[in-house]
Design a protein around this ligand. Structure first.
Ligand SMILES: NC(=O)c1ccc[n+]([C@@H]2O[C@H](COP(=O)([O-])OP(=O)(O)OC[C@H]3O[C@@H](n4cnc5c(N)ncnc54)[C@H](O)[C@@H]3O)[C@@H](O)[C@H]2O)c1
Length: 360
């Protein structure tokens, strides 16, 4: 199955191709990108599994390919690796007409995207995501970033790719925990936008095995929704894009409080969505039935939803978050499945729910 989504922004347009066909990808690449020289950025896990075959593929199609490999995991999204990429690119003769390729999960997408945004003031850039999370979320939207010692995604830029190629073949080597990590973001799109999609997912999760057609479909739906929001609110200025942060206020402080080494992002988002639903319930924004629909879907996918937050610490972390405005904490809250709102919530209420949430 081949599906293409065109992301139309004010000054830029690009295609997301969801297809296992290399022919489809290269014919699109030929139309979008004029260079003959590519700089593939990847991590050590992908190097072992898939890098050689991608390099050979580019060579078969007559391109020059260079590679740079950094260590894997969140910690490698740092300034030292970024500096390594700049120097390596210079050494290899990558110039402003060359094209960078992010070949990996969201970590590689973010750092390679920031590299592409800043190397020689910006070069062309392709995303070839290899995790479910990167395929459904981080490869669309143009957010690029690295972490600094005191915070996540602190240095970054909005920089859109010229092309995205999603090939679910790469998921065959992805560990189950990472698959579930990506499912959290997919479920998030259903909660935010689409009751029908929620019902579709509820049926799908009853089955043990998800077919490749189903996989393509849920990736397509996720990219479609993300692209739609990004088209309307590219730089998160009119608040539309902020709905995608459903579950993220709590998730970010959970990740910070546990030094980013206990939860995967999607796992933290799953707990964060449950927290946002609980807050919505306490504020009487949603009915009990909606809260339980959120909880049940997260349970079906067998997320470990246990969380032992420290209410005062979490409150102060939430106030430091980028999503807090003038000291008030901004939450995306759920009214119904498929309908969310943005709302600033008083500290007292947040603290109250944080205390209750410990016992979930
Ligand atoms: N830019 C955005 O809009 C955006 C959105 C969401 C998340 N993010 C960022 O994405 C990052 C998380 O991304 P992630 O969950 O993909 O993590 P990741 O990139 O760290 O990948 C997870 C692990 O899976 C390995 N891996 C990747 N592909 C594989 C494959 N096909 N087979 C086997 N192993 C494979 C990686 O080496 C890594 O160890 C975070 O840094 C987060 O901030 C960015």
């Amino acid at each position: 199955m081949k599906k293409t989504i065109t992301v139309r922004l004010k000054k830029h347009k690009y295609n997301i191709i969801i297809s296992p066909s290399t022919k489809t990808f290269f014919s699109s690449l030929r139309k979008q990108i004029k260079t003959k020289t590519f700089f593939i950025i990847s991590d050590k896990n992908i190097e072992k599994l898939h890098l050689k075959s991608l390099v050979n593929l580019f060579k078969q199609y007559g391109y020059n390919v260079h590679t740079a490999v950094i260590s894997y995991g969140e910690k490698s999204k740092n300034i030292k690796n970024l500096s390594y990429l700049y120097n390596k690119a210079l050494e290899l003769g990558i110039d402003r007409k060359s094209c960078a390729i992010a070949f990996g999960g969201g970590v590689i997408g973010d750092i390679a995207g920031f590299f592409a945004a800043t190397y020689m003031r910006g070069i062309d850039f392709i995303q070839i995501p290899t995790t479910l999370l990167a395929m459904t979320d981080s490869c669309v939207g143009g957010k690029t970033a690295i972490n600094v010692t005191k915070g996540k995604n602190i240095a970054g830029a909005f920089y859109q790719p010229n092309l995205v190629w999603i090939n679910t073949f790469f998921l065959e080597s992805l560990p189950q925990r990472q698959i579930k990590n990506g499912l959290a973001e997919i479920i998030k799109y259903a909660f935010i936008f689409d009751k029908k999609f929620y019902n579709y997912l509820a049926d799908l999760f009853e089955n043990e095995i998800i077919s490749s057609n189903d996989l393509d479909y849920i990736i397509y739906k996720s990219c479609f929704y993300k692209a739609e929001i990004v088209e309307k609110d590219e730089r998160e200025t009119i608040g539309l894009r902020a709905v995608l942060n459903f579950g993220h206020t709590y998730a970010h402080c959970l990740e910070t409080a546990t030094n980013y080494n206990r939860f995967l992002h999607g796992e933290a988002v799953a707990i964060g969505m449950l927290f946002a639903a609980r807050l919505s319930l306490e504020l009487k924004i949603c009915k009990r039935e909606v809260y339980y629909k959120v909880k049940n879907m997260l349970n079906i996918t067998a997320f470990n939803l246990d969380t032992k937050n420290k209410p005062i610490k979490f409150l102060s972390l939430m106030k430091k978050d980028k999503k807090s405005v003038d000291g008030n904490i901004n939450f995306v809250l759920i009214k119904d499945i498929g309908e969310v709102i943005n709302k600033q919530v008083a500290d007292k209420m947040v603290l109250n729910v944080l205390k209750k949430f410990r016992s979930i």
